[in-house]
Design a protein around this ligand. Structure first.
Ligand code: HEC
Ligand code: HEC
Length: 407
């Protein structure tokens, strides 16, 4: 896959964020002078413009993109990716239209622009050009945005409905952002072309949701007072004994980046199942994870396996970023742990003291040898406290509210 790193675009994104938020100053722009903000990857097929970002922001907030019959239970992207929760939702599992419970925990959208694939299993990778059938590289965000709109457990809508609403409600803004699509309106290409434009606008907005202004960033830029003693000790454990950087390297603290595309960034760390996986799908009444033909795995979330079909990938999930964790609780693909400390203790010990877990040991697949190695060491409570303290230093900006939203 071709990579497009355009340093000019990252600067553009920062400036645009400032403009859009009325100059109230999302921390990222303030931090830009002190710390190295990596360039936001922008695909050739969707150059970043202020018109697209502005339209995408409106679409991100618009509940009318969801099932028109769902009444007061209609949801927008922002319902599950709210700035109040670091663009996540504070729930174990998200709630979609008709209060249907989703399958997994909502990840943050902060810095998702840097990931080569989206979702816990990485199933959103790119758009296909509706006119030529060509794969459009670097469009994982565009492809992702069209998923929840149609997911029965999330927004439960159809491309046809969305396109007719968007043409009715946003036609001027849409044609300003995408003048090249006007020729397809009223043709058989109308629905696929306009629907992709919706994804492109939302992705453009998401490329402005950056988080690089934490105490850690100030420390990395030379402000030695920015971290507490415990946090400095935690950083040393993170990079040294803990080997966390093997999968959570700075500055993104995830390895689902273009440098590792397309397969890198998925690991099995043996997260015990939550129990709900044995429940039913609120939209269909079927089991949530039926796994047909694999009776030994009935009811388990097999993660990356669903994308690759390789049994070696059973139980692998995307490495989540560790930025903004103070706002994005609970943690792991199934929202298993409510506190950063419990999540850290689980990573290094494989169990959590005092956490009554009926599903202990109940996970699928083979745990990564890197994790097994970490767990083979002895970890004191004080070390776990220090690691957790360090992870807190990766949260910053206008914490858990309004960051970059002009709110
Ligand atoms: C009902 C709640 C809900 C709604 C509505 C929703 N999402 Fe999500 N979102 C989730 C959940 C849950 C996941 C993880 C699902 C998975 O991995 O299978 C997710 C994943 C994502 C990801 C991938 C992040 C990552 O690190 O992998 C992005 C980006 C995202 N959503 C953006 C959006 C956009 C844009 C919209 C609106 C078009 C939207 N979401 C609507 C709950 C929701
Ligand atoms: C082999 C790769 C790997 C290593 C090494 C690793 N992690 Fe992770 N980490 C992951 C993956 C994958 C997940 C998500 C697992 C899931 O949900 O099933 C994760 C999840 C987490 C989470 C939860 C974040 C969230 O938003 O849900 C925290 C906290 C975390 N890791 C901290 C650490 C710390 C601290 C270390 C070092 C002691 C570490 N990790 C080492 C791969 C790794």
């Amino acid at each position: 896959m071709k990579r497009i790193f355009c340093s000019g675009s990252s600067f553009l994104a920062l400036v645009l964020v400032l403009l859009i938020s009325g100059g109230t100053g999302p921390g990222v722009a303030e931090a830009a002078g002190e710390t190295t903000v990596p360039a936001v990857p922008v695909p050739e097929s969707n150059p970043l413009t202020p018109e697209k970002i502005q339209l995408g922001k409106r679409l991100f907030m618009d509940r009318n993109l969801s099932d028109p019959d769902a009444g007061r239970t209609r949801v927008a992207c922002v319902s599950c990716h709210s700035p109040m929760f670091g663009f996540s939702d504070g729930r174990v599992r998200s709630t979609g239209v008709y209060n249907r419970l989703g399958k997994r925990n909502s990840p943050t959208v902060f810095n998702a622009a840097f990931q080569h694939s989206q979702f816990w299993d990485g199933r959103a990778q790119f758009l296909t050009d509706p006119l030529t059938g060509d794969m459009l590289p670097g469009t994982s965000l565009e492809a992702q945005a069209l998923g929840p709109i149609q997911d029965p457990l999330e927004m439960n809508n159809t491309p046809e409905n969305v396109v007719s609403y968007v043409l009715y409600r946003y036609e001027d803004a849409l044609l300003q952002a995408f003048p090249e699509i006007e020729q397809y309106i009223g043709t058989p290409y109308e629905v696929p072309v306009v629907f992709q434009a919706v994804g492109k606008a939302i992705a453009s907005y998401e490329r402005t949701l950056l988080a690089f202004d934490s105490p850690y960033d100030a420390f990395a830029a030379g402000d030695t007072g920015a971290l507490s003693d415990a946090q400095v000790r935690g950083l040393a454990l993170f990079e040294g004994k803990g080997n966390c950087t093997a999968c959570h390297p700075a500055p993104l603290f995830t390895d689902v980046t273009y440098a590792d595309a397309p397969e890198g960034g998925f690991h099995n760390i043996g997260v015990f199942r939550q129990g709900y996986e044995t429940g039913t799908n609120d939209a269909t009444g079927e089991p949530l994870f039926p796994n047909p033909g694999m009776p030994e795995y009935e009811g388990y979330d097999l993660g990356r396996y669903y994308v690759t079909g390789s049994t070696a990938d059973i139980g692998k999930f995307k490495t989540p970023t560790l930025r903004q964790l103070l706002c994005t609780y609970p943690y792991m693909h199934n929202g298993k742990y409510g506190s950063i400390r419990d999540a850290v203790e689980f990573v290094v010990r494989g169990t959590v003291t005092g956490f009554d877990d009926p599903y202990e040991g109940d996970f699928v697949g083979t745990v990564s040898p890197v994790i097994t190695e970490i767990r083979s060491k002895t970890w004191t409570d004080a070390e776990i406290d220090d690691l957790a303290a360090f992870l807190e230093s990766l949260s910053g900006g206008r914490m858990c509210g309004g960051h970059g939203m002009g709110m």
